[in-house]
Ligand binder design. Structure first.
Ligand code: SF4
Length: 113
């Protein structure tokens, strides 16, 4: 069983492959292929919007099967950083802030091992 620190480390490490991809390319990919972009564009938001669910549950449901999940997460960490809010990249804001901490340390350390 992985502890939460390892969990965040694994997620941050998986993003290393995007380190050299420009922001605008990430944005284009997410806007074009993100599962939620398609939902909102078709005014077909999820029916569970009014349910009492946690951010973590919302992230799991909204982002399940999204083909660009890691790209979305990389973009959100770059653009919002520790101020990230809501559901992006398959994670709640609490989880994303923890990933951000590890992700930033990896990038500042030259990160892609
Ligand atoms: S990972 Fe989630 S928030 Fe990001 S584009 Fe996909 S469905 Fe949308």
């Amino acid at each position: 069983m992985v502890n939460s620190e390892n969990y965040y480390e694994v997620i941050a490490a998986e993003l290393d492959r995007y380190a050299k991809v420009p922001d605008e390319v990430l944005l284009e990919i997410v806007t074009r292929d993100g599962a939620c972009m398609w939902l909102w564009a078709n005014e077909d938001g999820p029916e569970w919007e009014s349910e009492e669910i946690t951010d973590r549950e919302a992230a799991a449901r909204l982002c399940a099967g999204c083909p660009v999940l890691p790209v979305c997460l990389e973009l959100e960490l770059r653009t919002a950083g520790e101020d990230t809010v809501g559901v992006w990249g398959g994670l709640s804001q609490e989880d994303r802030r923890e990933v951000f901490r590890v992700w930033r340390a990896r990038r500042e350390g030259g990160g892609s091992s």
